[in-house]
Every structure is written in structure tokens, then in C-alpha cells.
Design a protein around this ligand. Structure first.
Ligand SMILES: O=C(O)CCC(=O)C(=O)O
Ligand SMILES: [Fe+2]
Length: 251
């Protein structure tokens, strides 16, 4: 898919320097940056279409509580990485794009790498009914890029809530989580459809607040590794192993 990468490269080369600088400052100060125009419009439309088609064809409900993140819920429909890779095209191509990774590396101020754990490369999640949520957690790898395919109505929850500069205490996750929530200010943002956001996800506690109405929120999540992640012996994948147990066993 060389031509797709070329068109992304051309699009990103034409982004104003001021904007890129603004995004990198936003990321440096808050560990999260919302990007409106990471892709040309036709490609973004195709990306969203593919996510909706795959969801319709292959979504599976996840309804669990994860002890590894402090006993927090996951309640949504999702499509796993291998199904997206097998039945899709654009999501995989955008994930693999060197131009996207290079641009995000400028914003992050350090190099982003392809994640060395395939199951976590890209997934589709959709909170689809009242109460659906992606509960509090930290990610395994440093960077997450989340594409908002469909945002919920403003008054119906589904906001991204987060606390930057925090650590996942894997030995005592419940206590670690409660300590952060007791002592730190939680930030909250509605992120509109058509945008994506880059987050320093291994040291930013985050969740998608429960939906409160008959609305829907769909995202595509890309995971990237930092240079340090590539040799970090403490990285483990217990949340993925629980959420995608059936798929991982089948593979
Ligand atoms: O849906 C979102 O905005 C965040 C998703 C997320 O945190 C994750 O998949 O690890
Ligand atoms: Fe996450």
C-alpha cells in the first residue's frame, strides 16, 4: 500500500509548523494531544467505514472485571487485531504507515516504534449501550493513538477521563488506583468524532466514563512502543490475555 503511505506523507508534510509545534507542546505539558487532521479526508472516511463494517460483521461483547487493573470493568463490543488484519485493509495500512509514526514521533518528542506484541497493534472498541465503559487502567506500552469513529452525544457520558504522571502498581493495583483517585485531580474531555488523540498511556491513568443514554461511542485503538519499551522486562500483557482470551487461544 505504498500509494496510501505516500498520500499520508504528502498530507503531513503540508501541515503548518505552528500546528505541529502546538501539538508537541500540548503533549509535553499534558501527556495527551488531540489531532484533527492526521489523515487526508478520503482516507479518514475509509478508515471509519472499515471500522463500522468490521464491527457489524465481527464484534464480540466483552463484559468483565479486571483484577489486574484494580477490579475495574470493561463493557463494550470489540473486534480483535487478527480479525481486523484478516478482513480489513485500511486500518492495518494506516497502522503500518511510516509517515504516521514519524509525525507522531515529532509530537511525542521521541521515536515511536511498532509494538512488539501483535495482539495489541490495533483493535476496535464500541461502547454501545447505557452503562458501557472502558474502566480505569494503564496501558502496557507507552503510546496509544485513539481514533474517534463515533463520539457519543455531549450529555450522554463517554468522556475520556485521565490523570497524567501516575504509575500502575501491578503488585497492588486496587490500592494504587484508589490512591490516585483520592489524591489527584481527574481531567475529563469530550473528544469529537473525526479527531484522534495521542496519549502517554502507560503513565496516564485513564478510562472512558460510562455511557448514560442511548448513544454509541466507537474507537480504533493503535498501540506504539517507545524505545525503552523494547527492552523493558516489566511489560506484561495480562489485561489483553483476559479480554481477548478466546481469540488468543484460537490463534
Ligand atoms: O476508548 C478510548 O478512548 C480509550 C481506549 C483505551 O484506553 C484502550 O483501549 O486501552
Ligand atoms: Fe487504554
Amino acid at each position: 500500500m505504498k500509494s496510501v503511505d505516500q498520500s499520508i506523507h504528502k498530507h503531513l508534510s503540508s501541515q503548518p509548523n505552528q500546528l505541529t509545534k502546538f501539538l508537541s507542546e500540548e503533549f509535553r505539558s499534558s501527556d495527551i494531544a488531540v489531532i484533527e487532521e492526521l489523515l487526508p479526508h478520503d482516507l479518514k472516511d475509509a478508515l471509519h467505514h472499515e471500522a463500522n463494517d468490521l464491527l457489524e460483521a465481527s464484534a464480540r461483547r466483552r463484559d468483565l472485571v479486571l483484577e489486574s487493573t484494580g477490579g475495574t470493568p470493561r463493557a463494550y463490543a470489540s473486534v480483535d487485531r487478527n480479525t481486523i488484519s484478516k478482513d480489513g485493509n485500511i486500518i492495518k495500512t494506516v497502522f503500518e504507515s511510516d509517515a504516521v509514526r514519524q509525525y507522531l514521533s515529532i509530537i511525542a518528542g521521541e521515536r515511536l516504534h511498532k509494538v512488539p506484541y501483535q495482539a495489541e497493534e490495533y483493535i476496535i472498541n464500541s461502547q454501545e449501550k447505557s452503562g458501557d465503559t472502558h474502566g480505569w487502567h494503564w496501558d502496557d506500552y507507552t503510546f496509544a493513538l485513539i481514533w474517534i469513529v463515533q463520539a457519543p452525544d455531549y450529555l450522554d457520558g463517554g468522556r475520556v477521563e485521565y490523570v497524567a504522571a501516575t504509575d500502575w502498581d501491578k503488585k497492588n493495583p486496587r490500592k494504587g488506583l484508589c490512591d490516585v483517585l483520592a489524591n489527584r485531580e481527574v481531567r475529563s474531555r469530550h473528544i469529537d468524532s473525526g479527531c484522534c488523540y495521542l496519549m502517554r498511556a502507560n503513565t496516564t491513568l485513564h478510562r472512558v466514563a460510562p455511557l448514560m443514554g442511548d448513544t454509541r461511542r466507537t474507537v480504533i485503538v493503535f498501540t506504539y512502543a517507545s524505545e525503552a519499551d523494547l527492552t523493558d522486562p516489566n511489560i506484561s500483557h495480562e489485561t489483553m490475555e483476559q479480554i481477548y482470551a478466546a481469540e488468543l487461544q484460537a490463534a
